[in-house]
Design a protein. Structure first.
Length: 168
């Protein structure tokens, strides 16, 4: 059952990511990316890493997506034209992905992968994650922190109003 759930979650994640890439409306793309992140978090939980799953939901599906939405709305990137076709055709993929993600969540709750094992055998301790991140992979963590710093500076420069008299 766990392997079937893994493949279903993988399909949901890939489908949501493909829909994210192909959407013209950036707000819709962010919503599909959030669905993809939730599916990935459930895969992490299924594989025995609930701390990484929680980080995935809190950091990526929460904070980073709010930042993306803020930048999209600040820069006015949303298209102004109205989409063609009935509304149910636009929202059907999201509804199907969300319903299947909810079904997988219920299956994961009903069939807890850690129920048959000791907690120490199944779950990765936060201390082990901290030792790996700030010991063995300290350089990678610092590189990512500099990338986030550069992205923040770039977002500031894009959102800063131009001085009076200058045009784009």
């Amino acid at each position: 059952m766990a392997s079937l759930l893994f493949y279903i979650l993988g399909f949901i994640m890939l489908a949501a990511t493909l829909l994210c890439i192909t959407r013209r409306n950036p707000v819709h793309a962010v919503i599909y990316l959030v669905v993809s992140f939730f599916a990935l978090a459930m895969m992490f939980y299924l594989l025995g890493a609930p701390l990484v799953a929680a980080f995935e939901v809190i950091v990526y599906a929460g904070a980073i997506m709010v930042l993306f939405l803020f930048i999209i709305m600040m820069l006015g990137l949303a298209p102004q034209e109205t989409p063609e076709g009935p509304g149910w055709q636009r929202w059907l993929p999201l509804a199907l992905l969300s319903a299947s993600l909810m079904a997988c969540s219920l299956l994961l709750i009903l069939q807890d992968p850690a129920a048959s094992k000791q907690i120490g055998d199944f779950y990765l301790a936060p201390q082990a994650v901290g030792e790996a991140l700030f010991g063995r992979y300290a350089l990678a963590v610092e590189v990512v922190s500099f990338q986030l710093l550069f992205a923040t500076i770039g977002a500031y420069m894009l959102g800063k109003p131009l001085p009076k008299g200058e045009e784009k």
